[in-house]
Design a protein around this ligand. Structure first.
Ligand SMILES: Cc1ncc(C[n+]2csc(CCOP(=O)(O)OP(=O)(O)O)c2C)c(N)n1
Ligand SMILES: [Mg+2]
Length: 787
C-alpha cells in the first residue's frame, strides 16, 4: 500500500519526509526560542509558546502536508502547533522569516493560527480548544450544502476537512455535541487526526480514558484507525520475545511510559528487565541494543513514524464515512523534556538549545535557512517543490472569494402598518415574503440558509421553512404530512432544502453559522446564513459565537424572544446581559428594533453588511411583545446608525427619554405625560447602542488624529441643552446605556433590569424591575430635580 517513491539514487520520499520533519522540528523550536530568549523583552512578561506540543505533532503534520493533502483540502491545526504550521508554510515559500521571527509579537505571526491576522494561508483559526476540531465537521456539511444546491461546479474536487487535534481537546463537550449533530447529518469528508500524546496542560491523562474514545467515535458512525506502534516496534514484536514486549507496552500505564521516555534508555532497560527479564526471548531482543537504541525503539510510536502515518492516511480512501485517526505520540518527542508531565509550556534552556542546534547541525547565523543542516538540502528543496500541497489554491493564498448577492433596496414586506404585532412575528413574515423568491428577491432568496437549534418554529422560521424546505443530503418524507395529519409545519427533507435543523446545542448553531458564514471564502460560494436562537441561550453558545466573529464569519443572528418581557417563562429564560454583550462583541453589528418598519430596514441592511469587505456579522435582538405598528416615515440611515427621534426635542430642551426595543410603549406613555409638563422634551428610539458606541469611538479616534469627525449620537443629541437630562430604558441591563451620559456630559438615568428575572406578567415584572411608565416618569422627575 505504501508508495515510497525513489527521488534519486539511494534516496526516496520517506528520506525526504524525514528531512522535512527534522527541519520543521528545528524551525518551530527555534521560532519559540527566538521569541522568548533572543528578542528584547520590554515588559518582563513571559512570551510563551509550546515546543513540546509542536514536537508531538511534527511527524503527523509532515506526513499530511508533504504527502497526503491536496490544495483544496481544509485543515484546522491544534492551536499550540501554530509554529509548525508557520514553518510548513515557510518551507513552501508562503511564510516570511520576519513573520516567524515576530512570533507572538505585534505584527508578527500570531500565537495561535488566525485566519484574519495571519493571512490567507490559514483555513481555520484555532485557540479555544475543541472549537476548531468541531468546525471542520460543520464546514464539511456546508460543502455538501453548496454542492447539493448546484452552486459549485460538480467537477471541482471535494475538500477533505481535517482537524489536527490535541487529545485533551476531546475533553471539550462541544466535541460530542458536534459528533452527534454530524451523525444526524451524515457528514463525510471529515478526518480528525488526534495527536494522542496522553498529556494535556497539567498532567498525564488517566489510563481509564483509553478505549472510551474509540467506542464513542464508533458509536457515532465514525471509522476509527488506531495508530499505536511504528514500524520498528512492529518488527520487534514479530521476533522471539516480541509478544511479551508488546504485552508489556500495552499494559504500561501512561504515566510510567511518560516517565521512562523522559528518563531514557537506561531506565527503559531497568524497567523491562525487572518486569520481564525472565520471559523467553526478551533479553535477546534488548541486550544487543545500546541505551540510545533501546530508547528509540521503545518510543517508536506510530504518530512519529512517517511510513506508518503516510500508509494509514493513504489507505483511508473512503470519503463517505468520517474517520478518526488516534495517532499515539510523545509530547516533546526529540526534545530534552520528551514525556515529562510538566512539559506543556516547557521550553529548552539556552544550553539545551545549543545542544539541539549541534544535533541539528545548524550553524550560528543560519538558524532560519530553509534547508540548513540537512544531509541532502538540494534534494529536499526539489522534493518540497513537488509535493501536491505546494500547488497554490489561488495565487493569493487559500482564501477564495465570491461575488456579492444583490439585495433589493426594499425587501418585500407583509402589510405591517396599523397591525398589532411583535418584531419576532415581523421577522417571520418578512423572511417568508423573501421566501416567495419573486422578482428582485429571487437571487437573495436562493442564497439564504436558515438554521436553528430546535427552536425554528418557536422563533417564527416556520413559514420560511414551509416555502423553502429542510435540507438533508437524503430525501426524507414528512410522515405527518403523508399521513394527512394536520400540522402547520412541513418537515419533509431534501437536498434542495434551505433550512438546516440542529438539535438543542447552541454551540453547534454558532459553529454552523461560522462555517456557513465563511462559505464565500472556503467554497467560493456566498451564503447568507440566518440563525435563530432564544436570546438567553446566546450565552450557552457564546464561546462559539465569539469564535465565529474572530474568524470574520458573516451571518445574521436573530435572538428572540428576549429579556424579562418573556414574563411567565421566568428568570432562566430572561437574559438581561445580552444588550451589553452586543456592544462589546467585535465583528458583530447588533441592533434591537422596537417596530417592524425598523426591523425591515435592519434586515435589508444586514444582508448588505454581511457581504461588505468592511462589514461583519449582524445580530438582531427581537421580542414577542406585541405593539401597534405606526405609520410613519423613517430615515433608514438613522435607524442603521443606531438612533432616530420619534419626537424631536425643541432646541435647547432639558430632557429626553430614550428607549430600546420592547419597552417602546412604556416610554411613549411616560413621554406623553412628561410632555404635558415639559413641552420641548424629546423621545429618542435607540435601535443600536452598539453602532452608536462604535461610531462615537471611531469619531474620537479621528479627532485625535487631527481629522474632523462627528458621530451619529453626537449629532442626534446636539439639539438638547448642554447637560440635558437623559432618561433611558431597555429590557436589559442598564449598563448598555450608561455610557450615553458621557457623550455630551449629560446626566443619565438608565433604567433596566439588573437582577435575575422571575415569572410574572409584563405588568408586574415591568413594575418590579422599574421599567414601566411610572418608573420612567419617576426617573424623569428625579433627573429634572437634580439638574
Ligand atoms: C477552551 C480552552 N480551555 C483551555 C485552554 C488552555 N489550554 C491550552 S492547550 C491546553 C491543553 C491541551 O492539551 P492537548 O490538546 O492534549 O494538547 P497537546 O498535549 O498536544 O499540547 C489547555 C488546557 C484553551 N486553549 N482553550
Ligand atoms: Mg495532549
Amino acid at each position: 500500500m505504501n508508495e515510497i517513491r525513489p527521488i534519486e539514487p539511494g534516496w526516496d520520499t520517506l528520506d525526504a519526509l524525514a528531512a522535512v520533519e527534522r527541519k520543521l522540528l528545528w524551525l518551530a523550536s527555534w521560532m519559540i526560542h527566538h521569541a522568548n530568549h533572543l528578542r528584547p523583552n520590554r515588559d518582563g512578561l513571559k512570551v510563551g509558546g509550546h515546543q513540546a506540543s509542536c514536537a508531538s505533532v511534527t511527524a503527523i503534520m509532515t506526513a499530511l502536508y508533504f504527502e497526503i493533502l491536496r490544495p483544496h483540502d481544509r485543515v484546522a491545526v491544534k492551536p499550540h502547533a501554530g509554529p509548525v504550521l508557520h514553518a510548513i508554510n515557510y518551507l513552501l515559500g508562503r511564510q516570511s522569516v520576519e513573520q516567524m521571527a515576530g512570533l507572538r509579537q505585534m505584527g508578527g505571526a500570531q500565537a495561535y493560527p488566525s485566519r484574519v491576522k495571519d493571512g490567507a494561508e490559514i483555513d481555520f483559526s484555532t485557540g479555544s480548544v475543541g472549537l476548531g476540531v468541531a468546525l471542520t465537521s460543520f464546514a464539511s456539511l456546508m460543502q455538501d450544502y453548496v454542492r447539493a444546491h448546484g452552486f459549485v461546479d460538480p467537477t471541482t474536487p471535494r475538500a477533505r476537512h481535517i482537524a489536527i487535534a490535541g487529545d485533551a481537546e476531546l475533553d471539550e463537550g462541544n466535541i460530542y455535541e458536534a459528533l452527534l449533530e454530524g451523525w444526524k447529518h451524515d457528514v463525510r469528508d471529515v478526518w480528525w487526526v488526534v495527536d494522542y500524546n496522553r498529556q494535556s496542560l497539567d498532567s498525564v491523562m488517566p489510563d481509564r480514558l483509553f478505549g472510551r474514545f474509540e467506542g464513542l467515535f464508533r458509536d457515532m458512525g465514525w471509522k476509527v484507525v488506531s495508530l499505536k506502534y511504528g514500524k520498528r516496534l512492529e518488527q520487534a514484536f514479530r521476533l522471539p520475545g516480541g509478544s511479551s514486549l508488546r504485552g508489556w507496552i500495552d499494559e504500561c500505564p501512561n504515566s510510567t511510559f511518560s516517565a521512562l521516555t523522559f528518563q531514557g534508555g537506561a531506565a527503559w532497560r531497568q524497567a523491562l528487565l525487572a518486569d520481564m527479564g525472565k520471559s523467553r526471548g526478551v533479553r535477546a531482543l534488548i541486550d544487543p541494543l545500546t541505551d540510545d537504541e533501546l530508547g528509540a525503539l521503545m518510543t517508536n510510536l506510530a504518530g512519529h513514524d512517517l511510513a506508518t502515518l503516510t500508509e494509514a492516511f493513504r489507505a483511508a480512501t473512503r470519503t463517505d464515512q468520517p474517520t478518526c485517526f488516534l495517532a499515539y505520540t510523545i509530547k516533546g518527542m526529540g526534545l530534552p523534556f520528551a514525556g515529562h508531565k510538566d512539559n506543556h509550556a516547557g521550553m529548552m534552556t539556552a544550553e539545551q538549545m545549543e545542544a539541539f542546534r549541534a544535533q541539528m547541525r545548524v550553524r550560528p547565523g543560519h538558524e532560519w535557512d530553509r534547508f540548513e543542516g540537512l544531509a541532502n538540502p538540494k534534494g529536499v528543496e526539489r522534493f518540497v517543490q513537488t509535493v501536491p500541497f505546494a500547488a497554490p489554491l489561488t495565487p493569493r493564498g487559500r482564501h477564495l472569494t465570491a461575488p456579492t448577492i444583490p439585495v433589493p433596496a426594499k425587501l418585500p414586506q407583509p402589510r405591517i402598518i396599523g397591525r398589532k404585532m411583535s418584531t419576532q412575528a415581523g421577522f417571520g413574515e418578512i423572511l417568508s415574503e423573501i421566501g416567495r423568491a419573486q422578482g428582485e428577491t429571487a437571487a437573495l432568496s436562493k442564497r439564504i440558509v436558515t438554521m436553528s437549534p430546535d427552536v425554528a418554529v418557536s422563533t417564527n422560521l416556520g413559514p420560511w421553512i414551509n416555502r423553502r424546505g429542510v435540507f438533508d443530503r437524503h430525501t426524507r418524507d414528512d410522515v405527518f404530512r403523508d399521513s394527512k395529519l394536520a400540522s402547520a409545519q412541513r418537515w419533509g427533507m431534501n437536498p434542495e432544502g434551505q433550512h438546516i435543523e440542529l438539535g438543542i446545542a447552541e454551540q453547534n448553531l454558532f459553529l454552523l453559522l461560522g462555517a456557513a458564514g465563511l462559505s464565500h471564502d472556503l467554497n467560493g460560494q456566498r451564503l447568507l446564513p440566518v440563525g435563530t436562537v432564544y436570546d438567553p441561550f446566546v450565552n450557552r453558545g457564546h464561546d462559539a459565537l465569539f469564535y465565529a466573529c474572530y474568524q470574520d464569519a458573516r451571518f445574521l443572528l436573530i435572538s428572540t424572544p428576549s429579556g424579562i418581557t418573556l414574563a411567565p417563562e421566568g428568570g432562566q429564560h430572561q437574559a438581561t446581559n445580552t444588550p451589553a454583550l452586543a456592544i462589546v462583541q467585535d465583528k458583530l453589528a447588533a441592533f434591537e428594533p422596537a417596530y417592524c418598519d425598523e426591523l425591515a430596514i435592519l434586515m435589508t441592511h444586514a444582508f448588505h453588511w454581511m457581504q461588505r469587505p468592511e462589514g461583519s456579522a449582524v445580530w438582531l435582538r427581537l421580542s414577542t411583545q406585541v405593539l401597534r405598528q405606526p405609520e410613519r416615515a423613517l430615515d433608514p440611515a438613522a435607524v442603521i446608525a443606531g438612533a432616530h427621534w420619534v419626537v424631536p426635542p425643541a432646541a435647547g430642551a432639558d430632557i429626553a427619554i430614550l428607549y430600546q426595543g420592547a419597552v417602546a410603549a412604556e416610554a411613549e406613555a411616560a413621554f406623553a405625560e412628561l410632555r404635558a409638563d415639559v413641552p420641548g422634551a424629546g423621545l429618542l428610539a435607540l435601535t443600536s447602542p452598539d453602532r452608536l458606541y462604535a461610531g462615537w469611538r471611531a469619531a474620537q479616534r479621528e479627532r485625535r488624529a487631527g481629522r474632523p469627525a462627528t458621530s451619529h449620537i453626537e449629532t442626534i443629541l446636539s439639539p438638547l441643552a448642554p447637560g440635558a437630562a437623559l432618561v433611558s430604558v431597555l429590557d436589559g441591563h442598564p449598563a448598555a446605556h450608561a455610557w450615553l451620559g458621557g457623550v455630551r456630559g449629560s446626566k443619565i438615568m438608565a433604567l433596566g433590569p439588573d437582577r435575575f428575572g422571575q415569572s410574572g406578567d409584563v405588568t408586574d415584572l415591568y413594575r418590579e424591575y422599574e421599567i414601566d411608565a411610572a418608573a420612567i416618569l419617576d426617573a424623569c422627575a428625579e433627573a429634572l430635580l437634580r439638574r
